[in-house]
Design a protein around this ligand. Structure first.
Ligand code: GRF
Length: 211
């Protein structure tokens, strides 16, 4: 499975995928997935992690484009170029785009040409959007968590692949709760990407991963 990871921030989720791939190699095992490149919408720490890991990286900055559609097409092209095989090769490995803390809404071109999964630090459909952790805390829920889902045209609305529960503690603030969520998120994301290598399909809103 060839993977392109999209980041906008610290890249701790990207780092979990980098470490999982390296751990497999260190154990002499073939990793079920290969990160072929990392894309970002801006300069960010996630890009530094890619460079440290020797993974090609690209930036498609919204500021450089006249409108969102032009940006979306440029992003789709950059992702396409990252998958280094010719698309008509029947034995070419499957492709997956992982949005790992990517803070831009992907457009129709990218979603038409690539399969994208995303993680969200709340139990969707609760608390979608850019402040899922803060909203859950403000609402006073006792259990929140993280969701991995297929990206569709909406915001955090695509079919759910996996979820992990995280308890909310009385002394939590947004940062302490988000850090605990990210521990579960990293483990969930690596598990989902590994399993996606075996193949998957969608039936309505149900995502089926081949066991
Ligand atoms: C993750 O919690 C992700 O779900 C959310 O932003 C965070 C990204 O963290 N969208 P990082 O940039 O991978 O450290």
């Amino acid at each position: 499975l060839e993977v392109v990871v999209l980041v906008s921030g610290s890249g701790s989720l990207l780092q979990a995928l980098i470490d999982a791939e390296a751990d497999a190699a260190a154990r002499g095992q073939r990793s079920p997935f290969t990160i072929v490149s990392v894309g970002a919408d801006r300069e960010c720490a996630g890009l530094q992690r890619a460079m440290l890991a020797g993974i090609p990286a690209f930036v498609v900055d919204t500021a450089h484009f006249a409108d969102r559609d032009a940006w979306d097409e440029a992003l789709a092209d950059a992702v396409e170029r990252s998958f280094d095989d010719d698309s008509d090769d029947p034995d070419a490995p499957p492709h997956l785009v992982v949005s790992a803390g990517f803070m831009k809404i992907l457009g129709a071109t990218t979603l038409a040409r690539h399969t994208v999964i995303n993680t969200h630090p709340a139990l969707l459909p609760s608390f979608p959007g850019a402040h899922g952790v803060r909203d859950a805390l403000a609402h006073g829920v006792k259990i929140t968590g993280t969701t991995c889902h297929v990206v569709d045209a909406g915001v955090d609305t695509g079919p759910i692949i996996a979820q992990r529960a995280v308890e909310v503690r009385a002394d939590d603030d947004e940062d302490s709760l988000h850090e605990r969520i990210k521990v579960e998120e990293r483990d969930m994301l690596v598990d989902v990407v590994r399993r996606f290598a075996r193949g998957w399909s969608i039936n309505g809103r149900t995502v089926l991963i081949n066991e």
